[in-house]
Design a protein around this ligand. Sequence first.
Ligand code: ADE
Length: 225
Amino acid sequence: MRIDILTVLPELLTSPLGESIVKRAQNAGHAEIHIHNLRDYTDDRRRTTDDYPFGGEAGMVMKIEPVYRVIEKLKSERHYDEIIYTSPDGITYNQHEANRLSTLENIIILCGHYKGIDYRIREHLITREISIGDYVLTGGELAAAVIVDSVVRIIPGAIGDEESALTDCFQDNLLAPPVYTRPAEFNGWRVPDVLLSGNFAEIEKWKESQAYERTKALRPDLLEE
Ligand code: ADE
């Protein structure tokens, strides 16, 4: 899978996307991530990517030209399945959307900034608008990092033990059961006996019922879906 990210703040993305599973997935050839600085697609000396809004509102608006240029250049090189804009007024991101995106070949993610982007970009170039939650970030870079991280880790082969992505929280609309490691007792706090029993059928049953009970207590909305 290839992901092209368009941003005015590339430094905000290099560290989160250059560590851990996302780094390994890139090194192993499962994912290719390219970060493009929108300032490289401006043609004035000050490399301006924003301007005052028509109509006299406060704040700055991202200009069309640099975004248009880089998207057209990328589109002339390959087909893109989705051109995503990160914005608090997009559809709310979840595991279903991460799963869907992980099956695509090539995507572009445009990180919003300032007060927004010239609306014509959203009308004519963007195919999907995604919010990572009902709160406002300074810019779309952290949202893009969240999306890329959650997508890349479920590309087959990205996680060593493939089963572990399938048993993640939310994969079947259930929260994950609790996990424990050694020592079996610490400070008088014991690991549930069933996990030490060696009875795998019982362990599986326990995990399923824990997942269900935790979901019912903490996120009953997931059970209604
Ligand atoms: N940009 C600013 N806030 C955002 C959010 N909640 N989700 C995605 N992009 C954003």
